[in-house]
Structure formats: structure tokens, C-alpha cells
Design a protein around this ligand. Sequence first.
Ligand SMILES: Cc1ncc(COP(=O)(O)O)c(C=O)c1O
Length: 373
Amino acid sequence: MTGFSSRVEAVSISGIREVFEAAGEDAINLGLGQPDFPTPDHAREAAIEAIQSGAVDAYTSNKGTRELREAIAAKHDRDNDLDVDPADIIATSGGSEALHIVLEAHVDAGQEVVFPDPGFVSYDALTHLAGGTPNPVGLREDLTMAPEAVEDAITDDTAAFVVNSPANPTGAVQSPEDMREFARIAEEHDVLCISDEVYEHQVFEGEHRSPAEFDESGNVVVVNACSKAYSMTGWRLGWVTGATDRVERMLRVHQYAQACASAPAQYAAEAALTGPQDPVSEMREAFQERRDILLSGFDEMGLACPTPKGAFYAMPKVPEGWVDEVIDRGVVVVPGDAFGENGAGYARISYATDTETLREAIDIMADATAALN
Ligand SMILES: Cc1ncc(COP(=O)(O)O)c(C=O)c1O
């Protein structure tokens, strides 16, 4: 058998999968990175109608249907006060593909990509796949990423840095001042700022702002998706938007790797983005209630946890052996070092689960913590 590319040999299957495989069948899973709500009915129905009418039997435009891109542009106007031209949007197979085409189009072999550590696992892997060199940066005590840390990490070889707010795995939300700084750094150092905003609607304290609002250089691209906002992870529909030249380059990758995002998902996403937004606020309220339950649980068991202000994850500091003890007792959590070296000594807990199950899991985590003391 022939060998494999050094790019693919540099990545491995996410550590999160390994944890799931290690867990028993009836374990409570607090490892999942997806909302536990149904996709809104109006989104499902739009896809069904599009399928029945035959509208989805053919490729769409490579960038996605005009109607979907207009809906995405209207969303940026409504939620981010951003004027986005529908021509400068590519609908992708989830936020994942959007991140992939951004990096493929902007990172040369040997160039560096700066991203948060702990941070979402794809940043490191997709940098390797693009032939680049990961340059992870540690976080502040509150688990936000300091603009100064990014600026210090930038070298002549840096192609891009990633901002993710609200963040996976930390739940941290960057301040508007930080976002303004990220836009400034992108301009002053002439590097690309990739803003991953897939959790933008899950903010409980503070507010979501995009570095794109402060961008005057065209050096910011925004990645977003319907996945977490509308509980549509299985539909695989995200997008990327940025300056026209950047979109044209990213389209070259998207065109050959994907042709177009799945057509039924495009119709569902258009309906989700243009229809009633109550499911978004209902989910946010539910996540906030669960976050509070979880935080008081950590408090009672004596685990310090920086207050997550968004997303649906918490990252408490945990004693040695805690993750294994908790998994052995039937609750799946993810060790912090699955998200980077600086995640060691933490665990990521997803609270995308109903309150009753969450309370049960808290009791088990409390017993595990006591057993280790
Ligand atoms: C920070 C972050 N960005 C992007 C993604 C990718 O999302 P999608 O399911 O839309 O590909 C995820 C998924 O977990 C994520 O946590």
C-alpha cells in the first residue's frame, strides 16, 4: 500500500470521539457539542416542500441560492448591523467547511495560524491540512483570548488568527473592545482575522459583537452556521462572508471540493433565518437556566469554574483523575487537553441536556469529586 500525505498524517481523529467510545451505553452524555432541541418546524417544512416540488434535484449556484444568500445578508443586517452583499457569501456544508475553505484559500505551506488554546479542535487540524503550522495561544484567567497575546504571537510567517466568541470549549465571550482590537491587529499586521461566530445567539452576559463591525481593511472573514443557532447540526449548512477577492478565492476551493451546499438544507436554512426567531431565544433561555444549575453544582462540589457567558459549555478546573472517575461513574465529559495543551487540568462539560438529566449528572460528578478528595 502506498503512503499518505504528511498533512493528513499530522492530524488524528478528535479526542472527543475516543471519550464517547470509552463510555458505557447508558452513560449520561455531557460531551456533545450540539443543542438538544428539534429543528424548528418551519425549517423542516421548507425543506420538505422544496424536495416535493423538485426544486432540490439539481445543483444550486456554487455559492448557494440567491434567496438563501439574501436571507444571510438580511441576518447580518438584523443581528450584526453589517452591510453584506449576497454576492460576498458562500453557503457551505456547515461551519466546518467554511473554516476549511478559509484556511485553504489563505494559508501557504509553512505559514502560521494563531488560535485559542484551549480552542475548537478543527483550528489545529485544518491548519495542518492546509499545510500550515499551528500557533496556539493561551487564554486569560476568564478564558477569553487577549488581543495582546495574539499580537505577540504574530510573526512574519503568520497568515491568520482565529477569534471564536462565544467560544467552544470555554463558553467565554470576548468584549466589544477586544473585537475592535482584533480588527485593528488584522489591519496593522496585515493578517487575516477569521471570526468563528457559530454560537453568536447563545450569549447570557455581555453581547455578541463581530470584529467585522470594526473592519476597515477587508482583513476579517466571518464564519457562521445554522447548526447551533437553530439546532440544525445534522443539516450541514453554514456560510462564510468577507471581501470580494477573498470570496472568489474561497469559491475556488468550495467549487471543486463541494460544488454547492446540500440543496434541501439551503431551503431549510433560508426558512430558519427568515422565519420566527423565537426558537433561538427559547433555546438561549433554556441554556442559561441550565448553566446556572451547573455552576451552583460546581460551587457546591468545590470546583472553580470561570463563569461561561455564552455557548453551552462550562470548563471547570478539575483535580487529577477527575475525568476518568466521572466517566467510570457513567457521565461523559471531555478532558480539557483534547482542546489544546493549555486545556490540561480542565474538563469541558456540555449542558445541552434537559435539567433533570443535568441534575442527575451533577450528583454523580459531586460523588466523583468527593471520592478523589
Ligand atoms: C467553535 C465551532 N466552530 C465551528 C463548528 C462547526 O459547526 P458545524 O456543525 O456548522 O460544522 C463548531 C462545531 O462544534 C464549533 O464548536
